[in-house]
Ligand binder design. Sequence first.
Ligand SMILES: *Cc1c(COP(=O)(O)O)cnc(C)c1O
Length: 483
Amino acid sequence: MRYISTRGGGEPLSYSEALLEGLARDGGLAVPAELPHVDGETLERWRALTYPQLATEVLALFATDIPRDDLARMTAAAYESFPSEVVPLRPIGDGLTLVGLSEGPTLAFKDMAMQFLGQVLEYALERSGAVLNVLGATSGDTGSAAEHALRGKDRISVFMLSPLGRMSPFQRAQMFSLDDANVHNIAIAGVFDDCQNLVKQLAGDLEFKRAQSLGAVNSINLARITAQVVYYFWAWLRATDATGGAEVSFTVPSGNFGNILSGFYAKRMGLPVRRLVLATNENNVLDEFFRTGVYRPRAAAETLATSSPSMDISKASNLERFAFELFDRDPARVSAAWRELDEQGFFDVTGDQPRFAEEFGLVSGTSTHDDRIETIRSVHAGSGDIIDPHTADGVKVAREHVEDGVPMLVLETAKPEKFAETIHEALGVQLEYPAELHAMLAAPQHVTEMADDAQQLRAFIEAAALRGDTMGDITTGAARHDS
Ligand SMILES: *Cc1c(COP(=O)(O)O)cnc(C)c1O
């Protein structure tokens, strides 16, 4: 399998090359030259597999340059710390079932992909003899998932910027309690956008970037997208174990369009998916796009801080990969749309809008703070389950799209313990942390505080970065928003 750019430039790459590259050299995103197809017989054969075994089968379709035994070893290691079923399903009534994607070390769905990425990055670096210094900015979830996936790796170090004093105590503890020598937490005196700008400045200096072997692991990373495809297959298999191969629908709490893009790929690979329901919070740029056909990213200042913070996005980095399919894989049309976006701040495909639902099964909806609170309450009253605010956005929008006889699977993207304040507001209960979380919250913290100053950050990285062969020109995609 080769990977091409959505903008049509550059040479096709292997999986290992594309996963190290981030943004394609022409500014586009790497996509499979053609999506693999999975037939009904193969699907039935996959029913007997464990999650890591299924991951090996699905990822082998994409990572054709990696021997299957190596893939099997990596998927086993990636999901080792998860409960035995890795992704449990729980019905909550009214035709809805939660798909538990938050059983990993940081209690959010990003672990699903990041844990595999940690394995495959180290593997690709070993094969090429290179090292990678990951530079990122986080407002919480991505940074902690990345650090937990990359800690202790020989050929990788992590420099993670976060806004000083602006993360929750839980998020701080998740990142700063790590004492691995290859993890560098840097708290910047500023807001998330300041952190993001520092990353852009340093990664935009190509000479510095090459000299320091800088790279990124953000949500446009190809390995993350492909690792996420696996759980759509898993959830479909488990939801239809009793009934056989019927269609199901999925609802996905969405931000950067990474998670749901993987579901979109699974459907196009032949998985019997009826609807992919995209749920946004008040930052509903994607709901607007799927309802109207007009994509209009917002300015950072127009982006609201909500009680489902991991979905607070102003633009959706992965949407370009959907546009590539919408435009019948014509890179000239993708380039034209993104040029319009740059020039006038939006692009308009209203003529194609009916195809979103008809051809691709994509529909959408918005959920607000009041909806989240009400949904956390009603789910708790109905089934006794406590769901986190992001999952609540999903359940709220899922209810508007349930169809008779079609199971509706809602992706649970975080555990409620991560967002205890909102749970308290909804249910009046203070969630009890398990013992290992208490230990994490009480552990000594490792963080370097720094002014919002690119010069200081450069010096810090120069002193602490891993040295080795550089990988040549790794374009990181750091210019794209990812929290
Ligand atoms: C990152 C995140 C999302 C959004 O996922 P995308 O892939 O960016 O659409 C939703 N919920 C939680 C809890 C997250 O951490």
